[in-house]
Write a protein that binds this ligand. Structure first.
Ligand SMILES: NC(=O)C1=CN([C@@H]2O[C@H](COP(=O)(O)OP(=O)(O)OC[C@H]3O[C@@H](n4cnc5c(N)ncnc54)[C@H](OP(=O)(O)O)[C@@H]3O)[C@@H](O)[C@H]2O)C=CC1
Ligand SMILES: O=C(O)[C@@H]1CCC=N1
Length: 268
């Protein structure tokens, strides 16, 4: 029988993952979703053509259960799930901050739990999903999680002790780039460019810089030096970034995201 995957709490990240699994060639009949609101169930079914069921049905039918509710909703979901979940299910939690130990403690002893932190570029198959094993997860479980999340981008294994840091860098990471693009587009407007042109210029600069970062094998400092002509325009901008503490602000911001990941799970 084909392996079935259920996404429990198919909101933004859950839908991104389901869409990627379908693009990767999975049949809709091998996927299930659960949601809270009937209107969201209808929307998901219309968009993806997959069956939307209740928690008990998902636990009974699917071999792999991906928990994609907010950390604040995880306790209630595990309460619903626990009585219906056989011990042979693979549980994958994608919630920020929630530890495998806390999920394990709510399910039958011995249940395999894997923690994964994806990001929204899953929508365009450019996600990074950071994967950590719980106490009972074996190599086979990790490989299965890699196969699922590998369908929407890259995967990286890290010890669970580094998941909160990975969440701050990679789970939230796309938002920082969108924020920078917004701010730089505003700068273009200040300089008199139409918004759409400013947006295009910055987005293409971001794409070009990203591809060079990924493919050139050069350190970012080297790449920046190549843009920064002596006595030129770039160094004037860099001086302002340094003056305004942008590097320190980014470090503090990402540290705050790490702390929030821990706090969401009651660990701070
Ligand atoms: N967004 C992102 O970039 C990323 C998010 N994550 C993690 O993914 C999780 C979800 O985030 P996100 O997708 O942004 O949030 P959303 O609010 O978009 O999705 C959560 C979904 O869970 C549903 N839900 C809540 N409780 C239940 C339940 N008991 N049974 C079934 N469905 C339920 C909600 O329903 P309703 O809409 O009716 O409230 C909602 O559709 C979080 O834990 C987050 O940390 C991880 C990586 C990246
Ligand atoms: O903001 C959040 O809490 C989630 C987790 C990582 C990205 N979004």
């Amino acid at each position: 029988m084909t392996h079935k995957i259920a996404v429990l709490g198919a909101g933004k990240i859950g839908e991104a993952l389901l869409g990627g699994l379908l693009r990767a060639g999975r049949q809709p009949a091998t996927l299930l979703a659960t949601v809270r609101r009937p209107e969201r169930a209808r929307q998901l079914h219309a968009r993806l053509g997959i069956e939307v069921v209740d928690t008990a049905e998902a636990a009974k039918t699917a071999d792999t259960l991906i928990l994609a509710v907010k950390p604040q909703d995880m306790g209630a979901l595990l309460d619903e799930l626990a009585p219906h979940t056989p011990a042979d299910r693979l549980i994958i939690s994608a919630a920020a901050g929630i530890t495998t130990a806390s999920v394990e403690s709510r399910l039958t002893e011995g249940t395999a739990v894997v923690r994964v932190m994806p990001n929204t570029p899953a929508l365009v198959d450019e996600a990074m999903s950071v994967i950590s094993a719980g106490r009972h997860a074996t190599e086979r479980h990790l490989a299965h999680a890699e196969e699922i999340f590998g369908g929407v981008g890259r995967t990286m294994r890290l010890p669970e002790s580094q998941q909160d840091a990975a969440t701050a860098l990679s789970g939230s990471g796309p938002a920082y780039f969108y924020y920078l693009v917004e701010a730089m587009t505003d700068a273009g407007i200040l300089l008199g460019l139409p918004r759409d042109k400013a947006h295009d210029l910055i987005v293409q600069a971001a794409i070009g810089a990203s591809v060079m970062l990924r493919d050139s094998g050069e350190h970012p400092v080297k790449l920046r030096e190549a843009v920064t002509s002596p006595g030129g325009t770039t160094i004037s901008a860099i001086r302002e970034l340094e003056k305004h503490g942008v590097r320190a602000a980014l470090i503090a911001a990402i540290e705050a995201a790490r702390d929030r990941s821990q706090a969401l799970a009651g660990r701070a």
